[in-house]
Each structure stands twice: as C-alpha cells, then as structure tokens.
Ligand binder design. Structure first.
Ligand code: ADP
Ligand code: MG
Length: 300
C-alpha cells in the first residue's frame, strides 16, 4: 500500500495541472519561448497522450488547458458559461500538434504562447498502471486499484473469481452494468460528476476541442483496455466522438467500450456482447421537460 501511494504522490507532483511546482506547470509557463527538461515519467505520459490524440483525431487533446481554466470545472465550481468570444479566441491554442518533444534531450515545449497542457484525462489511468507496477514489485499478487473512476485489476480475487466492477448509472444512484476485470483497466468518463445546469442544458467538464464547449453526444463512456492510461484517455476521446465514431474507433483499436448516448441508449463494442451484465435499463428520456423541469433535472 505504501509503495502504491508513494507512486501516486510522485506522479501528482510531476503532473498536477493546478500546482505551481509541477513539471507540467513548468512546461506551460515556458509556452512559446523555451523547451523544458522533464523526468522520464513526464516524457513517457506525454508521448502516450500524443499517440492517443492522433488515434482519436484530436478528440482527446492534452493541449486542452486554456479551456479547462476558462470553464473552471476543476476549481471551486464552474463560474458559468464563458463568453463565446473568449472561447473562440483560445481555440487556436488547443492543438496537440503544437506540443513538441525531444526524446534524446528529454525536453518538451509548447509552440505557442498561451498554450497549456492538462493531462487530467490520462493521468489517473496512467497512475493506476504505475501503482500496479509498484505493488507487484513489492510482492502483491492480486489487487484492484481505483483512482476515482480509473480502475485497474490484476490477478484474481482470493475466491478465484475475476474482479467485478460496476458502472454508475449516469442519471441515478447505483449501477447500470457490471463487468469482470482480469488484468485489464476500465475508465469511465461521464457528464454527471462535474457539471452545472443552466436554462435546461447541462454543462460539464469534458470539452470538444473543436468547439470549445462541453461534448454533448454521449453521457457516459467506459473503455476497457490492457492499460489504465489507454482506458482513461480513450474514454475521454470517445466521449467527445460519440457512439458511431467511438464504437468504430474502439473496435479498430481492439479496445472494448460501453457508450451511453444522449438519448440514454447503450452501445457496446461487438466483443462485449453477452459479456457484460446490464443490471437495469436506464431511465427513459424525460418527455415533459418544460412542464416539470425540476423533477426532470436528473434526466438532462
Ligand atoms: P475525470 O477526470 O472526471 O475522470 P476524464 O478522464 O474524462 O474525467 O477527464 C476530464 C478532464 O480532462 C477534464 O477535467 C479536463 O481537465 C480534461 N479534458 C477535458 N476535455 C478534454 C479533451 N477533449 N481531451 C483531453 N482532456 C480533456
Ligand atoms: Mg479519461
């Protein structure tokens, strides 16, 4: 346990977007004028993030930082909807292709002033991978590691069964599905944990880098992969892409996924057919939304 928590602490110190002393913060402060030397771990996670950006055609984009700050979901609570002009102004900064890496020098630079890297959609999954490496090295033979919604299991439970993980119902208490995890990771990205509702619309913390507004085609995306970093980053990217493109992408990459679309329909990659338990149907869409907005809030 100590080895695992030490790993999380170390990574947090390197990668925390909001800390002034992290390596990510040093890279962000130097945006537009110089490259910054970073640790092996920081270089490694940035390389992985850029690969996922390519794979998702920029739906997952670690250069999302300026939007994260403008919307403010990660701080003390989002202030509200930013001015559209401000969003449009920063969109040219949200471009992972302008994150430059020099592997031999272990240096990273952001090409444009004002750019900011935010690894919030990959760091917890990556940390789960590293925790498992650390506790394995300390002699642990099986574990389920959960860093918020980013979960990785290795080995099997003492009763000989695989780890069983529930997936939260995006609009109610409890779970809607359960999956067995054996030497696999699962991450869920959803619009139901950090959000506010204004004029009948839900605004949340997963942004479409192309528009600068919260992505609205899905409400929950779970991805199952061998590695935590992949489950984490693809769940965010697929959340932005939505069910059609998302399922296609996951299947082409050999990943598994469960997508709940905006109409609460559940989409599965083919390999999951018959392999996951749908515990209960999701709420039907709320029809009389205008007459009964209050009681329908959790359906939005
Ligand atoms: P959570 O952090 O709630 O587990 P995610 O893994 O989906 O959920 O990460 C969401 C976080 O990632 C946001 O708070 C923000 O910091 C960042 N982010 C938001 N949109 C994107 C995006 N399109 N690509 C990459 N990172 C994003
Ligand atoms: Mg994620």
């Amino acid at each position: 346990m100590d080895a695992g928590f030490a790993e999380i602490k170390k990574l947090e110190a390197l990668l925390d977007f909001f800390s002034d002393d992290s390596e990510i913060s040093a890279i962000n402060k130097a945006a537009g004028y110089k490259a910054v030397k970073v640790s092996v771990e920081t270089l490694d996670i940035i390389k992985k993030a850029l690969m996922v950006s390519d794979d998702t055609n920029g739906a997952f984009d670690p250069a999302i930082g300026p939007l994260t700050k403008l919307w403010g979901f990660s701080g003390k609570g989002a202030a509200g909807i930013p001015q559209d002009g401000k969003i449009k102004n920063i969109l040219p900064l949200i471009n992972y292709k302008k994150i430059m890496i020099n592997s031999s020098l272990s240096e990273v630079s952001l090409q444009k002033k004002g750019m900011e890297m935010d690894l919030g959609a990959i760091a917890k999954g990556y940390a789960a991978d590293k925790v498992i490496e650390a506790i394995k090295a300390a002699g642990i033979q099986a574990a389920l590691v959960s860093i918020a919604g980013d979960i990785k299991g290795f080995g099997i439970k003492p009763d000989g069964k695989p780890w069983r993980v529930g997936i939260q119902d995006p609009r109610a208490d409890g779970i809607f599905a359960a999956i067995d995890l054996q030497d696999k990771a699962v991450s869920t990205s959803g619009d139901y944990q950090r959000y506010f509702i204004k004029d009948g619309r839900r605004y949340h913390h997963i942004m479409d880098p192309k528009t600068g507004y919260p992505a609205s085609v899905a409400i929950s995306v779970s991805v199952i992969a061998d590695n935590g970093y992949a489950a984490d980053s693809f769940s965010t990217g697929v959340f932005v892409l939505g069910p059609e493109k998302g399922i296609k992408l996951l299947e082409s990459m050999g990943l598994s996924g469960i997508i709940v679309d905006a109409a609460k329909k559940i989409h599965l990659t083919k390999d999951l057919d018959g392999k996951i338990t749908i515990e209960k149907p999701l709420f039907p869409p709320c029809k009389k939304i205008h007459q009964a907005r209050k009681s329908c809030q959790n359906h939005l």
